[in-house]
Design a protein around this ligand. Structure first.
Ligand SMILES: CC(C)(COP(=O)(O)O)[C@@H](O)C(=O)NCCC(=O)N[C@@H](CSSC[C@H](N)C(=O)O)C(=O)O
Length: 345
């Protein structure tokens, strides 16, 4: 057996077959009605760990009371179909955008609260994860010891030093979520914890957030049974409350808020991003297409022309992170936001 048989190149396995897609432009689906925040939070309990988690966040915020702190959300939220969850609806996100952005915020002097989908990519360790770029491929045995292959020393040393600097200076707080309910309760509680920072707080909402969910009072306790001979599973999902306008209007007064708009149809990306900005009146929507998200994004902001940020073919070939272009542009806007807020006091 040839031990050098290569595994096939990693490719995204979750691409659908275009010809099988249904056309959702046909109005077969009634528009979801919006349920309000109180109705949601009053009827869907917070995670039991929330208080402890918020204590850590409050300590982190007071430690950084004179710094800029960014809350980066990353990864996809799940919608459990059973309380003893066997099946769930997931939102696509590997966590690359959030984890990479967090590294560049740290390099730009921010303290980072990283609210992430549990087991999704993390800042720094994303370079050598268990699957892509497996860390074991960078090691070798020598005289009974495990060593880093000399070819990768410099690169790994650079990542290790940045990771240790962030840890040693208490600059990175990692907080996990899995379900949409955990995400919403944690986001609301963290927003309140960040209020003392006023304009120096920045929200960078890169998580892929569910739009529909099964409310607690309708979720079955145990695994849904499939009967011999087959039975349909008809799901009745409620819309997730439009939490973004609560964040802007109430939870995070004074903070700068950036959301991401994810589309797969390029013909609606700009209009949907502009619609989100008009609907929530926050400061910036970063639009991106699933297919090209690693090489281009578009900034949609009030009173300014749209701004495309793209990697050149050379940058793409050299493995440049598009976040190395996105984050400085975000920092520039956050600096202006802080100046305007200070001048308006
Ligand atoms: C998820 C990705 C594409 C990154 O991918 P990975 O690098 O693989 O992690 C991210 O860039 C992104 O667009 N994130 C935002 C995706 C998203 O769900 N955005 C929501 C807006 S925020 S959720 C807000 C809620 N729907 C509401 O209206 O209140 C949307 O497009 O609708």
């Amino acid at each position: 057996m040839d031990s050098h048989i290569k595994s096939p190149p990693t490719r995204r396995l979750s691409t659908g077959e275009r010809e099988n897609a249904i056309d959702r432009t046909i109005p077969l689906f009634p528009p979801a009605i919006e349920i309000d925040e109180h109705n949601y939070f009053d009827n869907n309990e917070p995670p039991e760990y929330l208080e402890d988690m918020i204590c850590c966040a409050q300590e982190f915020v007071s430690f950084h009371e004179n710094n800029r702190v960014v809350l980066v959300t990353s990864g996809g939220t799940t919608v459990p179909l059973e309380n003893q969850t066997v099946r769930f609806i997931d939102n696509f996100s590997a966590g690359t955008r959030g984890a990479t952005s967090a590294e560049y915020f740290l390099e730009n002097g921010y303290a980072v609260i990283f609210l992430h989908r549990q087991f999704s990519l993390l800042p720094y360790s994303r370079h050598y994860s268990h699957s892509t770029n497996c860390f074991l491929d960078f090691m070798e045995e020598n005289d009974g010891k495990v060593l880093v292959d000399p070819k990768y020393q410099q690169e790994m040393l650079s990542v290790l030093r940045k990771y240790q600097t962030a840890k040693d200076n208490n600059l990175l707080l990692l907080l996990p979520f899995t379900t949409i309910n955990q995400y919403l309760h944690t986001l609301r509680a963290l927003s309140v914890a960040l209020q003392p920072l006023k304009s120096r707080a920045l929200f960078y909402l890169a998580a892929a957030v569910s739009d529909f969910f099964v409310p607690l009072h309708r979720i079955p306790e145990h695994k849904i049974q499939s009967k011999a001979g087959g039975n349909k599973l008809v799901m009745n999902l409620d819309p997730v409350p439009k939490f973004l306008n609560r964040l802007v209007d109430k939870w995070a007064p004074g903070a700068m808020i950036i959301s991401f708009k994810l589309e797969t149809d390029s013909s609606i990306l700009l209009s949907k991003a502009k619609q989100a900005l008009e609907r929530y009146s926050h400061q910036l929507v970063i639009g991106n297409l699933l297919q090209t998200r690693k090489r281009e994004v578009v900034f949609v902001e009030p009173d300014a022309p749209v701004l495309w940020i793209r990697l050149t073919p050379e940058q793409e070939a050299a493995g440049v992170d598009i976040e190395s272009l996105i984050i400085p542009a975000v920092v520039e806007r956050h600096s202006a936001w802080i100046r305007e807020s200070d001048n308006s006091v």
